[in-house]
Design a protein around this ligand. Structure first.
Ligand code: PMP
Length: 363
């Protein structure tokens, strides 16, 4: 590799990704543990068969039907009416965010976020030759301090600010007042990454409600979590039509396959049934947080489908101990903390039993 004419920024890097291990209980990548229903599978199979008949042709480059249906879904979910032209879709919100930096980042420009946060952001920045800076979150609550955030914007003059809300790996949602203040403080783009938005607790509003009054705001979402559709790779964004038109300049032609578009439309038709599962996962998340606290552990308040808990003098030992018991979670976040995704009730029970054993073994 060292002899290859690789870009300097890429030297020494490994491909990003959590270990994909064959373990009975996988609670490491914040997936939705519930597989699609048989009805969804049957409807998707029909839609795929229909799409395959036309695979000699390129797909709808604008993914119009899918974007229309996403707009309808967002109207129902967040009460915000959007035109199809305000919605953009791509292969996972990862691709949407890469496109955002391709369009608004680049050499000589800076992207800012608040750490600890989603570990892919610096990778999108690296891959688009955008400088990457972070300001710290509060060590205990993982909240973003208003004044510190504005200071960081003044100091670094970013063209893109990323705010994950709820944040990964901490689960923390940001108050909309902070989004508004950041939007006011910069001429750049403010991205609120709402990959986990559907799991937010009651009374936590979506940043979608700010779109009409905040012209440089982009809200990104995904079908990977609430829609239990991680394998389909569908992420999307809502923003002004002007911003979407800029993203359309950098997208690869026909980036979203006909099969992807077809199955995503089917999943959206099943939104109601999927939302019931989300409600169940939210309850499981809250119960898991209570249980972890009862074990004497520290738990970050979570509006997502995972919980960050700790603190362990040797988190690697706890992670490995759980793995030895057949439960894979994620060693991520600040030192001492571990992250567990909310699974099915059976998976959560397996995690609890294993954790009790591991903590006993290590004490
Ligand atoms: N944003 C956050 C905060 C995430 O945690 C993830 C996935 N783990 C993503 C975006 C990307 O999700 P996807 O590409 O599957 O839409």
């Amino acid at each position: 590799m060292s002899e290859l004419p690789i870009r300097d920024e890429l030297r020494g890097f490994e491909p990003y990704g959590a270990p994909q291990l064959d373990v009975p209980v996988c609670l490491n990548v914040n997936e939705n543990p519930f597989a699609p229903s048989e009805q969804l599978v049957a409807d998707a199979a029909r839609a795929v068969a229909h799409a395959v008949r036309d695979l000699n042709r390129y797909p709808d480059r604008e993914a119009t039907t899918l974007r229309e249906r996403l707009a309808t879904y967002l109207h129902g979910e967040a009460g915000v009416a959007l035109d199809t032209g305000q919605v953009w879709a791509a292969n996972g919100s990862n691709e949407v965010m890469l496109q955002i930096l391709q369009a608004f980042g680049g050499p000589g420009r800076t992207a800012l976020s608040f750490a600890p946060t989603y570990s892919m952001y610096p990778e999108y920045a690296r891959d688009t030759s955008t400088a990457w800076v972070t300001a710290p979150r509060d060590e205990h609550t993982f909240a973003i301090d208003h004044d510190d955030a504005l200071k960081a914007v003044a100091e670094h003059q970013p063209t893109v600010v990323f705010i994950a809300s709820p944040n990964n790996p901490t689960g923390t949602a940001v108050p909309l007042g902070l989004v508004t203040a950041l939007h006011e403080a910069t001429d750049g783009i403010v991205v609120v990454d709402e990959a986990y938005a559907e799991f937010r607790r009651d009374g936590v509003p979506s940043a979608l409600t700010l779109l009409a009054t905040h012209p440089r705001l982009i809200v990104t979402r995904t079908m990977s979590k609430a829609f239990a559709f991680a394998g389909a790779r569908v992420g999307y964004a809502a923003a002004s039509t002007q911003i979407v038109d800029v993203l359309r300049i950098v997208r690869l032609p026909y980036h979203l396959s006909a099969v992807t578009q077809a199955v995503a439309v089917v999943a959206l038709e099943h939104a109601t049934e999927l939302q019931a599962r989300v409600a169940q996962l939210r309850d499981e998340r809250d119960a898991l947080a209570v249980w972890l606290r009862e074990q004497g552990l520290e738990v970050a308040d979570s509006d997502a489908n995972f919980v960050l808990f700790g603190r362990f003098a040797d988190r690697r030992a706890v992670w490995q101990g759980l793995l030895d018991h057949g439960v894979l979670i994620r060693e991520t976040g600040p030192d001492g903390w571990l992250r567990v995704s909310v699974g099915t009730p059976e998976e959560t029970t397996a995690f609890k039993v294993a954790l009790i054993d591991v903590l006993k073994e290590l004490s």
